[in-house]
Design a protein around this ligand. Structure first.
Ligand SMILES: Cc1cc2nc3c(=O)[nH]c(=O)nc-3n(C[C@H](O)[C@H](O)[C@H](O)COP(=O)(O)OP(=O)(O)OC[C@H]3O[C@@H](n4cnc5c(N)ncnc54)[C@H](O)[C@@H]3O)c2cc1C
Length: 227
């Protein structure tokens, strides 16, 4: 889909360090597609709740899933406003001063509403979530059966508006601090997958599936997972 801009409003405009704010779908969807974990929040009876969970993106829709008895999914399914955050940590920024020490990051804040999905879209949502976590796994693993589908709720979140905030580069110290004998710089953060560990309960010796081979190949998904 072509790059689009989420219109700036009082809700999504980055006011603190506005030059770090982005509203285009290339940036926002690019960040979403680099991860599969988010924090979703809503308010129930005046109390804010935040829950970490997995997601899968398809265009302007984010799919969430969980137990049919999940309180959070039940509340969200009634269409109340939600906020969803995805954070990628790229490096620690070690300034000469504690005050200017920071982090390089890419983060997205989404505002939207959710609806419960059933039938084909429910299965599609589960596929999108599975594929977002580990591409190719949907075709390798057994599909959900009727009982499992009944035990699972799937929500489709429509993105009403969104913002991204991105920090890159070295520390930005006060001019007089640059002469201080204090090491300063950027400490890149790395997160990747290690050697796969076969389930000891496997009843036969099997080669690694393609999805796992791909994830453990540093060239394939070097930038796929961030903290
Ligand atoms: C890994 C990480 C660590 C951070 N650590 C700190 C910290 O320790 N202290 C600190 O003050 N800030 C930190 N930030 C930045 C923080 O997320 C806020 O941007 C900042 O605190 C400004 O808050 P505000 O309420 O004044 O935002 P405002 O600029 O007033 O927010 C207005 C709107 O801008 C958008 N927005 C704001 N922040 C973000 C964001 N990060 N990503 C996407 N959209 C955003 C939202 O739509 C928000 O409603 C960190 C961010 C990340 C990703």
């Amino acid at each position: 889909m072509a790059d689009r801009i989420f219109p700036k409003s009082a809700q999504n405009t980055v006011t603190r360090l506005p030059k770090r704010g982005h509203y285009d779908t290339d940036t926002i969807f690019g960040i979403l597609d680099n991860h599969f974990l988010c924090h979703v929040s809503t308010v129930h009876d005046g109390q804010p709740y935040v829950i970490p969970t997995a997601y899968g993106r398809d265009g302007d829709t984010l799919y969430l899933h969980g137990s049919s008895k999940s309180r959070m999914l039940e509340w969200l399914a009634d269409g109340r406003p939600l906020c969803l955050v995805v954070t990628l940590l790229d490096s620690l920024v070690l300034a000469r001063s504690v005050f200017h020490s920071s982090m390089n990051y890419r983060s997205v804040v989404i505002y939207g509403h959710a609806r419960r999905v059933e039938g084909d879209e429910k299965m599609h949502g589960l596929l999108r979530i599975t594929e977002q976590i580990i591409a190719g796994r949907w075709a390798e693993a057994r599909s959900p059966n009727d009982l499992e589908l009944k035990a699972t709720a799937v929500l489709a979140v429509t993105i009403d508006t969104a913002s991204a905030k991105v920090r890159t580069g070295p520390p930005a110290d006060d001019p007089e601090d640059y002469a201080l004998p204090i090491w300063a710089g950027v400490l890149p953060v790395r997160q990747g997958y290690d050697e796969p560990v076969p389930d000891p309960a496997m009843t036969q010796s099997l080669p690694l599936p393609q999805s796992v081979v791909q994830q453990t190949n540093p060239d394939t998904h070097a930038d796929r997972i961030s903290l």
